[in-house]
Design a protein around this ligand. Sequence first.
Ligand SMILES: Cc1cc2nc3c(=O)[nH]c(=O)nc-3n(C[C@H](O)[C@H](O)[C@H](O)COP(=O)(O)O)c2cc1C
Length: 322
Amino acid sequence: MLPPILQNLRIPVVASPMFIVSGPSLVIEQCKAGIVGSFPALNAREKDGDPIQLEAWLTRITEELDQHNQDNPDQPAAPFAVNQIVHRSNARLERDIEICHRFKVPIWITSLGARTEVNEAAHDCGGIALHDIINNHFAKKAIEKGADGLIAVAAGAGGHAGPQSPFALVQEIREWFDGPLLLSGAIATGRSVLAAQVMGADLAYIGSPFIATMEARGTEEYKQMICDSGAMDIVTSSLFTGVSGNYLAPSIRNAGLDPDNLEKSDASKMNFAQGSSKPKAWSQILGAGQGIGAIHDVVPAATYIDRLAKEYADAKTRMAKL
Ligand SMILES: Cc1cc2nc3c(=O)[nH]c(=O)nc-3n(C[C@H](O)[C@H](O)[C@H](O)COP(=O)(O)O)c2cc1C
């Protein structure tokens, strides 16, 4: 049984947080269109002495969604989520947790480290905590530390993807865990959303397709590269952040490197003090998952979500006839 906050979505989809790309405009459109919208807290940055951007973003998101709900009582917005990078190099973590607690953020997504106090902060303000993992070992650890649900990041996902097949990951987790399970990795169509549920996940967790939306914060060049590329253009490398991640080969070439001959790096190089291990990763070396072959145009986020909803309904109808 899903926690009430994850029930009643228009389609079973959580839009994943993406470094640089996700901001308030995208989150608001995702939630208004009926799916969970999210952003990494680290995307909200201010210069020294300026007002705290995370507070400004949370104020805008809550106010605009409240207004939407007053104007559309029959079609209220879905809840939103904030992502915390739980890594020792994230010097803002404590401050950001305090802000999210004060704003009563309803869904907390944690990555790169499972910590009891973050889950407790989420629960204390009435929220739930979902932790992203790439294997069964980390999944067990996350639940032991008090996460309410798991995000299984399978092979082919954008960002720091895992190496495992989604089938392997979901099968192993479902042997012992019957709580909320989200699946991510190359899901880009409504048919794939249904497939994730058939496999045993409750919800699909979708990132890269949202890069090619009007409200995403990426450059036009980035958005176009998503539309022009497919799975064969995605390169897995640890060079840029110290952990294995998936990137667009054309952006690696544009940076003067050969995507077929990249050096290896290691996890000790990870540093979120500047938001990412190397400033170039994500802003110059562009991240994306293997599912982007299904994305051909830059559209408003609501248009893409309408498409997902229609494809999902069609797929259900087709499956019912089998
Ligand atoms: C450009 C980019 C940036 C990302 N940044 C983050 C991040 O800051 N925090 C996080 O938890 N996940 C991040 N991710 C991973 C996504 O949350 C999610 O796991 C992934 O996008 C799902 O796979 P898909 O892109 O194939 O849909 C990022 C992914 C991409 C493509």
